[in-house]
Design a protein around this ligand. Sequence first.
Ligand code: ATP
Ligand code: MG
Length: 398
Amino acid sequence: MQYHAFIIKYAEIGLKGKNRYLFEDALVKQLKRVLAKCDGDFFISKVAGRVYIEAEDFDFDETVEAIQTVFGVTGICPAVTIKRDNENHLPDLDGTARAVIDFIAGVYPDKNKTFKVKCRRVDKSYPLDSMEMAAALGGKILDAYPEMKVDVHDPEILINVEIREKLNIFSEVIPGPGGMPIGTAGKAMLLLSGGIDSPVAGYMIAKRGVDIEAVYFNAPPYTSEKAKQKVVDLAKVISKYTGSVKLHVINFTDIQMYIYETCPHDELTIIMRRYMMRIADILANKSGCMGLVTGESIGQVASQTMPSLMCTGEVVQDMPVYRPLIAFDKQDIVDISLKIDAYETSILPYEDCCTIFVAKHPVTKPRADVIRRHEELLAEKIDELVQTAIDTDEIIEL
Ligand code: ATP
Ligand code: MG
């Protein structure tokens, strides 16, 4: 079938009253961004609460896949659209019926199907109302394809015919990712490790329209260049949805060593996490982020028990810490990781800064007052080390 248009469906963003235009403009901007990377010529227009993409010389699968990375899109309807003629007329009933019959010929080689015609008539100057129009078109389809049968309750094919600015014919609705368009919410700082969880957490927050900046705590030479590359690749996965990601690579080695030499070993992970949070908080503040994002989930590991989460969370005072996976089971997280094509990268077996310095028996019920007291042992050098880590921040734009 030679489709030459897509009708883009969106849900929540239709509900935002006066802000609606801001949301639609963000959606159009994101569509332009992803289509610029596809083969073909695309023309995007916003007409009366609808977003249309007209397409020429394009690859269908590539285009649909690209549109599926745009948050805010709930459905992608490949369509045939017919423009008004020079006198501003759309085809009459016979012309419309011919177009619908051609559409069915192109899309459904097997005519042994049940169908229903659904009409929407926004242009009220049309002589027939929606019901009459649907009935008339149904009759003409049956004349053309006697093998087809009408089923108004549960049809295999629902043929939508819309009389709007143009005549639109479509039947298939390919699901979009849902969510809100990037650029409608603000920015957050994702603590991105090489694991399975944090890229999924970043994806989920981005899906609410939030732009993502990321920070990775690196511990060379204990962690390798490959481990870092893995995080860069995961940031790239997120950038597919957000357009770009600024990744901060913080050299955490000296801080980690100092904590290792100075503090009780069963508290290492918690204290390290607290310093990661503090540094992420500073970076986030500097770049106008409105929250931190982690891949934590209650009870997943010792450092993610509720007492541990209380301890790591308390050091961030300027902004909320968002933990979108907090109540997710691992398998549910893995499912999303697979869906967004992060999983294969996440499971590559490179060492992580936390696993290298991890204690045999980490505390599972840390007490914040005890942790604070032990952190005081770091007073001599820690501020300077934190400052150096921030000053030597390596920024990678993806
Ligand atoms: P992930 O799969 O995201 O690595 P995890 O199950 O391995 O998570 P932890 O290692 O306990 O969990 O880390 C909890 C969270 O802390 C991570 O989801 C991530 O947000 C953050 N984090 C951990 N290590 C790092 C790191 N090296 N750099 C940046 N953030 C990190
Ligand atoms: Mg991890």
